[in-house]
Ligand binder design. Sequence first.
Ligand code: PMV
Length: 340
Amino acid sequence: MAGAATGAVATYEAAPNIALIKYWGVRDEALGLPYNSSIAVTLGGMRTRTTVRFDPALPNDRLKLNGRWAVGGPLDSARGFLARVREMAGERAFAEVRSENNFPTASGLASSASGFAALAGAAALAAGLELSDTELSRLARLGSGSACRSIFGGFVEWRAGRRPDGRDCYARPLFPPQHWPELIDLVAVVANAPTKAVRSSVAMQGSVRSSPAYADWQSVHPGRVTAVRRAIRARDPERLFPLLMEECDDFRRVCESTVPPLDYLTDTSRAILSAVRALNSERGRPVVGYTHDAGAHVHLFLEERELPALRRSLRAVPGIARFWKLRPGPGGRYVRSPVR
Ligand code: PMV
C-alpha cells in the first residue's frame, strides 16, 4: 500500500481492466468466489478517482458520481459495500463518497471494476484499515468480481482459489505494464450501444444455471489460463490472439445459450468481429485479436505496426462512433487530491 496516512478521509484511484480470460459465474454469491481463474489487462489513461469520508453526523451513506448525487442501483451497491467495510473496521459512522471518472461514464466503457477498486481503496483507508494490495484485492472482489484485478497494473491474474472462505481468492500481477510495449488495445466504441438490462452479477448466474455450454467452457479454462499466461510471457501475438478470440467466442456462446438469452452485441459489433477474422485470414496469421465484455464495444488487441491495416479493414464497418487507443497501465494508488 503506497504511502498515505490513515484517517477519516482517503482518496484512491484505479483503472478499468478488460478480461482476456473471462470471469463469468460464482460458486459463492456472498463471497464472490468465481468458478475459474481469469486474466486481464489493466488499461492506461482511464481512471476512477474516489474520495471517502466517514462522518458521524451523516444520517446515511451518500454517493456523488461525476458531480451528481446518486440514487437507486449505484447508491444501493455502494451502501452494501460500505456496510462490509464498516463491519471489518468496527466503524460506526456513515460515509460520503465522491467519485469521478476521467472517461465518459455513459460510454459503456465504465466497468464496475475501476469503481469498486477505487471505492475499496478509499473506504478501507478512511475507515482506518491499512491493507496490503492482496487484502485490498480481496475486499474489492466483494464489490464487483472484476474489481479485484484493477488493484494491480499491467497483466493481472485473478486466482479462483479453492478455499470456501475465499482467503486464496485474489488477483496478483503477472507482468508489468511495460512488459509488451508494442501491444495496444484499440477500443472500437460502437454507436447506440444498448445499456445493460441485467447486472453482470445477476446475468452470469443465469448462465451458470441454464447455459448448456457452461460446463464445457469451464473444462477448457485451466489449460487456457496457462496458455494465455505463457503467450503473454513470450509476447507472442500468434499464440495469444487465437486464444483471446476462442475465449471471447465461448463467452458469447454461453451468453447466447443462457435462458433467457443474453445478447450484448449490435450489428456493428458483429461486423467488427467479421472484419478482424477476414483480416487475419487475408494475412495468413492472426495479427489482431478481439474480445468484448458484457457490452457492445469491441477491444482489439494488436501490435502497433498493424494499426494502419486494421483501420483500413474497419473503414467499411458502419456504426463505429470512435476509437480509443489504450495500453496496459498502472494499478490502483492512493492520491492526495480529493474529489470535491
Ligand atoms: O465484475 P463484474 O460483475 O462487472 O463482471 C465482469 C464480467 C466480464 O466483464 C464480462 C468478464 C470479466 O472477467 O471482467
